[in-house]
Design a protein around this ligand. Structure first.
Ligand code: CO
Length: 134
C-alpha cells in the first residue's frame, strides 16, 4: 500500500530558529516560510534528496497544531506522510482492519494540493500518519 516517505512534519515554536538549525547548522536547502491559511499553518520545507522535512508553525487563531505545541512546548515530530496510489482504496482497507481515520473519513486536499487522510495515532504506536495520494 505504501510507497515513498513524502515528508516528516515537525511542529516548532519558533520557525526562524528552526529554519536556521536546518540551514546553518545542518547545511540543508530550506525554503522561505509559506502561510497556508486554509490549513492553519505556516510551513518551511527542508528539501532532502529522498524526502523532505516540513517545519510547521501555527497560523491564525485555530491552528490544528496549537494543541500539540501546548503539550510539547519545545516542538517535536507531529506526523509522517506516506504516499499511496489510491487513497480511497487504502482507507477502505485500513477501516476494514479496524484502523481509525481522523475526522469524517473523507480525503481532504492537503498542503500540496493532493488528497490526504490522517490515521489515528493510537492505532499506529503513537504516531500520527498522513497518507497522500500521488
Ligand atoms: Co503533512
Amino acid at each position: 500500500m505504501l510507497s515513498r516517505l513524502n515528508h516528516v512534519a515537525i511542529a516548532v515554536p519558533d520557525l526562524s530558529a528552526a529554519s536556521a538549525h536546518y540551514r546553518d547548522a545542518l547545511g540543508a536547502n530550506v525554503s522561505a516560510p509559506q502561510d497556508l491559511p486554509e490549513h492553519g499553518v505556516t510551513v518551511v520545507f527542508v528539501e532532502l534528496g529522498n524526502t523532505k522535512i516540513e517545519l510547521l508553525h501555527p497560523f491564525g487563531e485555530r491552528s490544528p497544531i496549537q494543541g500539540f505545541l501546548d503539550k510539547n512546548p519545545g516542538g517535536g515530530m507531529h506526523h509522517v506522510c506516506f504516499e499511496v496510489a489510491d487513497i480511497k482504496a487504502a482507507r477502505d482497507k485500513l477501516k476494514a482492519e479496524g484502523k481509525r481515520v481522523v475526522g469524517d473519513g473523507e480525503p481532504k486536499i492537503g498542503a500540496h494540493g493532493k488528497p490526504v487522510l490522517f490515521l489515528h495515532p493510537k492505532d499506529f504506536s503513537g504516531t500520527l500518519i498522513e497518507l497522500e495520494e500521488v
